[in-house]
Design a protein around this ligand. Structure first.
Ligand code: AMP
Ligand code: MG
Length: 225
């Protein structure tokens, strides 16, 4: 596969490149996009073949679900159902930004995106380049970190280019990522919110909106490593 590299500095001046990347996503291709956390390996979350290609390109086991990225909150009820008020409060306070919320999945999202789970992880990135590409594509974008499975998540385009050239259609170079750590993942599926992965938003910040939250055992065991 030939990989095209698109350097984007200014979303207005580089509009044609935004459109090109968005078109590729809409058509079922693989596009690496910069976000404020790490670079993401994106494809249309509505296209099961494209999503399967994400797993192949990363060498990621298909039992590890992906995060679906939206350009703004208006897309939330297209991909999730039974959304609790607490989700809107969280998004209002921390989005766009490094927060991922796990909610109930609508059938429009194919099983492969969430590894067969009834749920879906959703995030609105603050990177303006990411949001403009997602908005222009017209689809929700499934995107794990743009590294080969087991390697560190990339925070620069150079890192992505050295690892992903030949494995994806387009790499968008938007410069270094601002936050540089992954998004915090929180589940709102049960009675009490559960922190599934620590990241850019702290537990205290989440508790300021949600009250007391639980921390998943896998997180606690990692913290104790
Ligand atoms: P990455 O793709 O590397 O950013 O990792 C995505 C993270 O989100 C992983 O820790 C996944 O386990 C988590 N995740 C994605 N979807 C779900 C879901 N439906 N339920 C719980 N965790 C999820
Ligand atoms: Mg990752």
């Amino acid at each position: 596969m030939i990989t095209e590299i698109l350097k984007i500095k200014d979303v207005n001046k580089d509009r044609e490149k935004i459109k090109k990347a968005a078109r590729k996503i809409r058509e079922g291709g693989l596009v690496v996009i910069p976000t404020e956390t790490v670079y993401g390996l994106g494809a249309s979350a509505l296209n099961p073949i494209a999503v399967k290609n994400i797993f192949k390109a990363k060498g990621r086991p298909q039992d590890n679900p992906l995060i679906v990225h939206l350009s703004d909150i208006s897309g939330l009820d297209k991909v999730c159902k039974d959304i609790p008020d607490s989700a809107y409060r969280l998004f209002e306070r921390f989005s766009p930004g490094p927060l991922t919320v796990v909610l109930k999945r609508k059938d429009i999202i194919p099983d492969i995106v969430s590894a067969g789970l009834e749920s879906i992880a959703v995030r609105i990135p603050s990177s303006i380049i990411a949001r403009e590409i997602i908005k222009e594509s017209g689809v929700p974008v499934a995107a794990p970190s743009a590294n080969i499975s087991g390697k560190p998540s990339p925070t620069t385009a150079q890192h992505v280019i050295s690892e992903m050239t030949g494995r994806v259609d387009i790499i968008v170079d938007g410069g270094p990522c601002d936050v540089g750590v992954e998004s915090t993942v929180i589940s709102l599926l049960g009675e009490k919110p559960i922190l599934l992965r620590p990241g850019g938003i702290t537990k205290d910040e989440l508790q300021s909106v949600l009250g007391d939250i639980d921390v998943s055992r896998s997180v606690l065991s990692k913290l104790n490593d």
